[in-house]
Design a protein around this ligand. Structure first.
Ligand code: SF4
Length: 148
């Protein structure tokens, strides 16, 4: 039997009414950042928002997720693609890993093509740091179009 990885997802509060459609679909299909779990079962043990800038819920929500067994916390793709992207992204990643000793992955579902188009025009992701941050969710054009 394949082993099970337990994950939590924190989304950007801008998208707080989101029902999680793209995240859950990509989790099921092992697309985008979830492609790392190709050979594992994935169980979602927590899903919440950052509670709005500057992301106060990031201080506490991971604790609940870890208590529920979370081994990895995903910062949703909305933090990457929003206009502007979350300015605290790397801080959140460092903080959660330092405070809760749990792995943090930036991204969930593949970046939709429409967001890539605009961010390319804006040159948002040209730095080496950004290239690394979008690496798990950039995928390919066909996949990105399927998430538009
Ligand atoms: S930009 Fe960052 S801190 Fe602000 S609402 Fe979105 S995730 Fe939270």
């Amino acid at each position: 039997m394949r082993d099970t990885i337990k994950i939590g997802i924190i989304i950007c509060d801008r998208y707080r009414t989101c029902a999680g459609g793209k995240c859950l679909r990509s989790m099921r299909n092992r697309e985008g950042a979830f492609s790392i779990y190709k050979d594992q079962q994935v169980e979602l043990v927590g899903y919440t928002t950052c509670d709005g800038c500057p992301g106060g819920n990031v201080e506490y929500a991971p604790e609940e997720m870890v208590k529920n067994g979370a081994q990895v916390i995903h910062l949703a793709t909305g933090l990457v693609v929003g206009y502007p992207p979350c300015p605290y992204l790397e801080y959140f990643q460092d903080f959660i890993e330092a405070q809760y000793k749990v792995r943090v992955v930036v991204g969930t579902h593949p970046i939709p093509e429409k967001y890539l188009k605009i961010h390319s025009k804006l040159k948002t992701w040209e730095s080496p740091q950004w290239r690394e941050l979008i690496r798990p969710t950039l995928t390919d054009e066909q996949t990105r179009l399927a998430y538009d």
